[in-house]
Design a protein around this ligand. Structure first.
Ligand SMILES: Cc1ncc(COP(=O)(O)O)c(C=O)c1O
Length: 384
């Protein structure tokens, strides 16, 4: 069967096979296709893997972040601190909670929000610091927790891209703060679309379960098990952020492959590290001592003294049938924020990083031959 990925090395490709297909087929034939027993099983398995008490599955990470902010008490007009270099989904979730995003520049080495710059942006309206463990690499969570403790703020750790990544030897999501994951196909495991909120706190988990399913005090599954003898109550207005059992069945299979997928990504990152080290124009990814990256992306920086531009590099890679991408762009430059009068000079690092970085393919299933082709093409570009 021909595929969208024929004849090119894609930037990434989910690792799916017939196992996921059969698992979903069984759900379809069972007749229970909305949130039900498979979602519960997926939640329990994710929680056990991460080592956290509760996992609450949703239809997207954006929804999980929205609910996390509602639970943190974010109200209309409150401020949420967030990195300038991230995807629009983070700001969308802040908007959905009625709050205002306050951008902070990033660290030049990790590309994550720079903890040293946060305190200057805290006001009486700040409620949450939304940290993003960007491109699979943990930020310094202890530094962020210390700021939150000092200013009585909630830390929300968006580990959307970093399922399986670790901070100080423990999985992201297992650090006593609300954390979220995405299961979009570009993430570490996929359910097509999907997300998860993880927490050790019983009350937070209970509120999240209620809010994701219309605000009903009893889930459809529990009502079904009680044969209709219990009646739900509505103490709050909620959302329809439920994951389907078909997605959860796919997620359960994906979870059985996570260790193998992490291993492959780590091997591929080490291969790039080893084979690109000799190209003096390039700065390869920095890994702080506290982090074990999930390697959801491999981000390369072109040093300022190089004569090559990201645009040229991407064009040459595309001509060699290799999909690569620009690095993360600063959100403050998006047309949506046109009327806010942000200035580039207030975000020097995110602007520079956007101009100088690009992503190359990294994904389970990429062959050594494909990776050699990428390395060879980069060598030709920079050594010509
Ligand atoms: C860092 C980050 N957070 C959140 C999201 C949103 O995830 P979802 O598409 O599951 O809502 C993304 C998606 O690209 C992301 O990269």
């Amino acid at each position: 069967m021909s595929s969208l990925f024929d004849n090119q090395v894609p930037l990434m490709k989910p690792w799916l096979d017939e196992e996921e297909w059969y698992a979903m087929k069984d759900v379809i034939l069972s007749g229970w296709v909305s949130q039900g027993p498979k979602v519960k099983e997926f939640e329990q398995k994710v929680a056990a893997y991460i080592g956290v008490k509760h996992a609450v599955a949703m239809n997207a990470c954006t929804s999980a972040m929205h609910i996390a902010m509602k639970i943190a008490g974010v109200k209309y007009g409150d401020e949420v601190i967030v990195a300038d270099s991230t995807c629009m989904a983070n700001v969308n979730a802040i908007n959905m909670a009625g709050a205002v995003p306050v951008f902070v520049d990033i660290d030049p080495d990790t590309y994550n929000i720079d903890p040293k710059l946060i305190e200057a942006k805290i006001t009486s309206k700040t409620k949450v610091i939304m940290n993003i463990d960007q491109i699979g690499l943990s930020n310094d969570l202890d530094a962020l927790k210390a700021i939150c403790d000092k200013h009585n703020l909630t830390l929300l750790d968006d580990a959307a891209t970093a399922f399986g990544g670790k901070y100080k030897g423990k999985f992201l999501g297992n650090h006593n703060v609300m954390a979220t994951y995405s299961f979009h196909p570009r993430k570490m495991i996929t359910t097509g679309e999907g997300g998860m909120l993880v927490t050790d706190n019983d009350d937070i988990a209970e509120q999240a379960r209620i809010l994701r399913a219309t605000g009903a005090s009893v889930s459809d599954l529990d009502r079904h098990k009680a044969k209709g003898l219990i009646l739900q109550k509505y103490y709050d207005s909620g959302y329809n952020y439920r994951m389907t059992d078909m997605q959860a069945a796919m997620g359960i299979v994906q979870l059985t492959k996570i260790d193998a997928m992490l291993e492959q990504r780590k091997y591929q990152a080490e291969y790039y590290n080893q084979h690109l080290a000799a190209i003096s124009d390039l700065q390869l990814p920095f890994v702080p001592e506290y982090a074990d990256p999930a390697w959801s992306s491999y981000c390369i920086k072109i040093k300022p003294e190089s004569k090559k531009t990201v645009q040229e590099v991407l064009q040459t890679l595309a001509a060699a049938n290799i999909s690569a991408r620009f690095g993360i762009q600063p959100l403050h430059q998006e047309p949506y924020f046109e009327n806010q009068n942000y200035k580039d000079e207030d975000f020097p690092v995110s602007c520079t990083v956007a101009d100088q970085t690009f992503f190359v393919p990294i994904y389970p299933g990429m062959t050594e031959q494909q990776q050699q082709h990428i390395v060879q093409t980069l060598k030709q570009i920079f050594q010509s």
